[in-house]
Design a binder for this molecule. Sequence first.
Ligand SMILES: Cc1cc2nc3c(=O)[nH]c(=O)nc-3n(C[C@H](O)[C@H](O)[C@H](O)COP(=O)(O)OP(=O)(O)OC[C@H]3O[C@@H](n4cnc5c(N)ncnc54)[C@H](O)[C@@H]3O)c2cc1C
Length: 307
Amino acid sequence: MTDAGMATVLLAESIQQALQWKAEHGEKARFAGGGTDLLLQTRSGRLKPEVLIGLPPVAAEVEEEGGVLVLPALATLADLAAHPLLRSQVPVLVEAMNQIGSPQIRNVATLAGNLCNASPAADSAPVLLVYEASVVLAGAGRRRELPLDRFFIGPGRTALAPDEMLLQVRLPLPSAGERALFRKFGPRGANVISAASFSARLHLSEGTVAGARLAAGSVGPRPLRLRDTEKALEGLRVSELTAMVEEFAVRRTPAGNGAGATRESLQAAVRRDISPISDVRGSAWYKGEVIERCLCWLFGRLGGESR
Ligand SMILES: Cc1cc2nc3c(=O)[nH]c(=O)nc-3n(C[C@H](O)[C@H](O)[C@H](O)COP(=O)(O)OP(=O)(O)OC[C@H]3O[C@@H](n4cnc5c(N)ncnc54)[C@H](O)[C@@H]3O)c2cc1C
């Protein structure tokens, strides 16, 4: 045990010990993964935990269990992003994790920390939302599983009980023929918190969007699934989407034209799904525009697809 500033620091040698200490100290204590969010927040006085519980290092041993990938959430982002199973099965998640901060950050920051910090800008979240991932939460002597979409409650707020730790992230293995994408936007090209981020996972069948999962970051109080936009996309012909790329970007399709109606209904769905606010990284207007442009970019990437 050491004293760092105002907080007592306890370094757990096992997950069990960390859980036991958390059960004892409850809301007065915070787990510290890599500390890349937590230490800045305690230094600035935004958070005032009385106890910091340092979590033990955990290897990035990703496993497949009955069609589900199980990710140890306490592993670092760098180690997870290097895992062969993730690289081959969910490259878009690797892509998103590799865009979090810098190599120095990713070498210590954990996936659990990225999610439990509950920032609307957490870059792993949109991809995990489109894969309909769930989180395994452990308390002293019990475990429960929750869809990630229900884990985020608001900025800095999660469904974690005071004695719980995020232990695992579970995501169903993608099926063949799916397309998935991730993109983030910010004032710099790298090492930047997202002003807006977007992820899409589409299942195409016989030239039609048979299934769509979309999510975005930094455009609402928490990372969001774009459910109305998903519904508006499902059933549309791929050829219709690729044909409207240019019109979508410049809003040029004549009113009354069929493609114009589809474009307008998609854009209206995006506006219903998101609730951006202006902040230091971008205006609400800019964030809304970015998500619409991401749809456009997505349609452009479908060119030539007929599956
Ligand atoms: C320079 C810099 C650049 C950054 N760039 C990005 C970026 O591009 N994209 C991005 O998304 N983030 C970015 N971040 C934020 C941060 O690095 C990530 O969110 C990171 O994944 C946090 O992980 P961590 O292990 O360091 O979390 P910590 O700081 O240790 O913890 C964060 C929060 O989660 C809680 N917590 C941690 N682990 C657990 C657990 N297992 N169970 C329950 N609660 C837990 C802590 O108590 C704390 O409240 C950046 C940060 C810095 C300093």
